[in-house]
Design a protein around this ligand. Structure first.
Ligand code: ACM
Length: 523
C-alpha cells in the first residue's frame, strides 16, 4: 500500500516535471521556469576556460558508464561551462536549464565540478530523449567541511575500494576524506626513514594478528591524493598519538610508553626526547605526501593505556622538570610539543575532542567532537573559540548498525543505533544536548567509518550506503529545505546509481530484501 502511494507521488512529481527532486544533496535554491529541455542522443559539452575544460573527460566517462553518449566539443555544447565572477564561494555554482541545454556558471573549478554532479543526476534521471524542466539552480553548501573518515588500521580495505568511495563522495559533493592510517592493529603508510613501521607494524589486523603486512606505499598514497584532488576532495591523514600506538611501538619498541593490562604497549613515550624526533620525522614525510593544510594527530582515549607512565623514570623526570602534576598534564605536554612541530611544518592540527583541555593554540587547532555523551566537550570547544567539526558517534559513526534487526556492528547503550533518518536530521538540537551549533566555529560535519566490525569492501559498502546520501544532504542543504519524505523519493534514483556502480547497499526502505552483509568473526 505504502509502495503504491510512493509510486503515485513520484508519478505526480515527474508529471509536474519537478526534476530538481532528483538531485542529492538537494540544491539550496531552485526556481522552475517555463518549458523543458530534451536530453540529446549525444550530449555535447563545451568549456570557455581550460580549467573547466579539464573537467569534461571525467564527466563524459561517467555519462558513458551510465549508457549515455557524450563528447567534448570546441563549439557551443548542449552543456556549457562558463567561468563567471558571480560566485564568491569557490564551491558555488549556478545551473540553468533552458530549451537550448544546460549552462553551468561558476567562479572556480570546484563549483563547476559540483554543477556537473547536479547535471549528471538530472540527465541520468531523464535519460536520452527525456525531458528536464527549465529551471535555475543557485547552489552553495551549508558547510565547508563535508567529510568522511575511513579507518584502515583495524582492517585494511585497499586502493580500489577507496577510489570507489572517493567517486561516490564526489557525486555527493563531499569534500574531505579523513584517512585514519595508523592505530593499534596496523600501521598502514610507508615511511622511508622508518621502514619497520610497515615491515613489522603493518602486519596483522584486528581479526588476524598474523595477517601479512598491508599498507599504502608512498606512490599509492600520491596516486590516491591525486585521485581525490581530481574530484575536489582534500585528503587529511591521521597519525594517532600518543595512544593507539601499539603497531608503531611493535616496530620501534624504544618509543613505547607502555600500556595497561587490557591495552599493552598502547602509547608512545612522552618522557623520551627521541619520541618527539621520531614522530616529527614521520610528520615531515606526511607533510610531503599530503598537500592538505591539516594533520590529524588523534589524541583520543589515552587513559585506556597510560597506566605504565606512572612507573617510567623518564616520565617522573619530565613531570619534575616541567612541573606536571598528573598524567593528564603529561598528555597535554605531549600534545603541545607535537602541535609545535606541526606549526613549524606550516600545518594545522586536528584532534579528537579530548584535546579541548590541552591548551593547544586556538588559531592552529581544529577539534572533532565525537563523544555525544560528553556535550561539555563541545561546549568547551565553542567557549574557547576552537573551530569544530561535528562527528558524534550517534548518529555519525557509520560502523553503528542502521537497522535494529542487524546483528553485526555497534550499538550504544540501550541499543541505540544510527539509522538513515537520524543521519539525515543531523545536526538538530536533540543531537547536541541543546547546545546551539549555529555558530561560524562549526566548520561542518563528518561521518566516521571505523573498521573493527568491517573487514571487506562489501561490508564497508553495506555500512556506508545509503547513509552517505543522508550525510551529504545534512552537510550541504540548509535545514529549512530539508524534507525527509522528499529525500526518500529522491533516493530511488540514487539507489539505481548505486546498482550501476555495483555497490552492495542496504535498501533501507525494504530492509528484508537486503540480507545483512556479515561482519568479521574474531579469531
Ligand atoms: C574515537 O572514536 N576514538 C575517536
Amino acid at each position: 500500500m505504502m509502495k503504491h502511494f510512493i509510486a503515485l507521488v513520484l508519478l505526480l512529481f515527474s508529471f509536474l516535471g519537478v526534476h530538481c527532486q532528483e538531485v542529492i544533496p538537494f540544491p539550496n535554491h531552485y526556481e522552475q521556469r517555463e518549458g523543458v529541455s530534451i536530453v540529446p542522443k549525444v550530449i555535447t559539452v563545451s568549456a570557455q576556460s581550460g580549467e573547466f575544460g579539464s573537467l569534461i573527460p571525467g564527466f563524459v566517462e561517467t555519462l558513458e558508464n551510465f549508457s549515455l553518449r557524450a563528447k567534448k566539443t570546441e563549439k557551443k555544447g548542449w552543456i556549457q561551462l562558463v567561468r563567471n565572477a558571480v560566485c564568491h564561494n569557490p564551491e558555488e555554482y549556478r545551473l540553468t536549464v533552458s530549451p537550448a541545454g544546460i549552462l553551468i556558471e561558476a567562479g572556480c573549478a570546484n563549483g563547476c565540478f559540483y554543477g556537473l554532479q547536479s547535471a549528471f543526476q538530472l540527465i541520468n534521471s531523464a535519460g536520452a530523449g527525456g525531458s528536464i524542466p527549465c529551471a535555475v539552480i543557485r547552489d552553495v553548501p551549508r558547510y565547508g567541511w563535508r567529510g568522511l573518515m575511513l579507518d584502515e588500521s583495524r582492517h585494511f580495505i585497499g586502493k580500489a575500494e577507496v577510489k570507489k568511495l572517493l567517486d561516490l563522495m564526489a557525486l555527493h559533493k563531499l569534500n574531505k576524506f579523513h584517512w585514519h592510517l595508523t592505530d593499534s592493529q596496523g600501521w598502514r603508510i610507508e615511511i622511508k626513514r622508518y621502514p619497520l613501521l610497515t615491515s613489522v607494524g603493518a602486519t596483522g589486523n584486528l581479526t588476524d594478528p598474523d595477517a601479512p603486512a598491508q599498507y599504502y606505499t608512498r606512490d599509492e598514497i600520491a596516486e590516491i591524493v591525486q585521485y581525490a584532488a581530481d574530484r575536489f576532495i582534500e585528503v587529511i591523514p591521521e597519525i594517532d598519538m600518543p595512544g593507539h600506538a601499539t603497531a608503531a611501538v611493535k616496530a620501534y619498541p624504544e618509543f613505547s610508553g607502555g600500556g595497561s593490562k587490557q591495552y599493552p604497549n598502547f602509547t608512545f613515550n612522552p618522557g623520551k626526547e627521541g619520541t618527539y624526533t621520531f614522530l616529527t620525522d614521520i610528520l615531515k614525510e606526511i607533510t610531503a605526501l599530503f598537500p592538505s593544510k591539516y594533520i590529524h594527530i588523534g589524541g583520543d582515549e589515552v587513559h585506556f593505556g597510560n597506566e605504565q607512565w606512572n612507573r617510567l623514570p623518564e616520565i617522573g623526570d619530565l613531570m619534575k622538570r616541567e612541573r606536571l602534576s598528573d598524567l593528564v598534564a603529561v598528555e597535554h605536554y605531549f600534545l603541545n610539543r607535537m602541535s609545535d612541530s606541526i606549526r613549524i611544518l606550516n600545518k594545522t592540527v586536528i584532534g579528537w575532542d579530548e584535546v579541548v583541555t590541552a591548551g593547544l593554540p586556538v588559531s592552529n587547532t581544529v577539534v572533532m567532537w565525537w563523544r555525544q555523551e560528553r556535550p561539555e566537550q563541545l561546549e568547551k570547544a565553542i567557549s574557547k573559540s576552537y573551530e569544530i567539526v561535528l562527528c558524534p558517534r550517534l548518529p555519525l559513526y557509520l560502523d553503528f548498525v542502521q537497522h535494529p534487526s542487524h546483528k553485526y556492528g555497534r550499538k550504544w547503550s540501550k541499543g541505540e543505533y544510527a539509522p538513515m533518518e537520524k543521519v539525515y536530521h543531523f545536526p538538530g538540537m536533540s543531537y547536541t544536548s541543546g547546545i546551539s551549533v549555529d555558530t561560524p566555529l562549526i566548520k561542518g560535519i563528518q561521518g566516521n567509518v571505523w573498521t573493527e566490525v568491517i573487514h571487506t569492501p562489501e561490508r564497508l559498502q553495506f555500512m556506508v550506503y545509503p547513509r552517505m546520501s543522508a550525510l551529504a544532504e545534512a552537510a550541504w542543504t540548509q535545514d529549512r529545505l530539508k524534507n525527509y519524505e522528499n529525500f526518500n523519493m529522491r533516493m530511488e534514483k540514487m539507489m539505481e546509481i548505486f546498482k550501476k556502480y555495483g555497490i552492495v547497499f542496504f535498501d533501507y526502505k525494504n530492509p528484508d530484501s537486503t540480507p545483512e552483509v556479515a561482519g568479521p568473526e574474531r579469531r
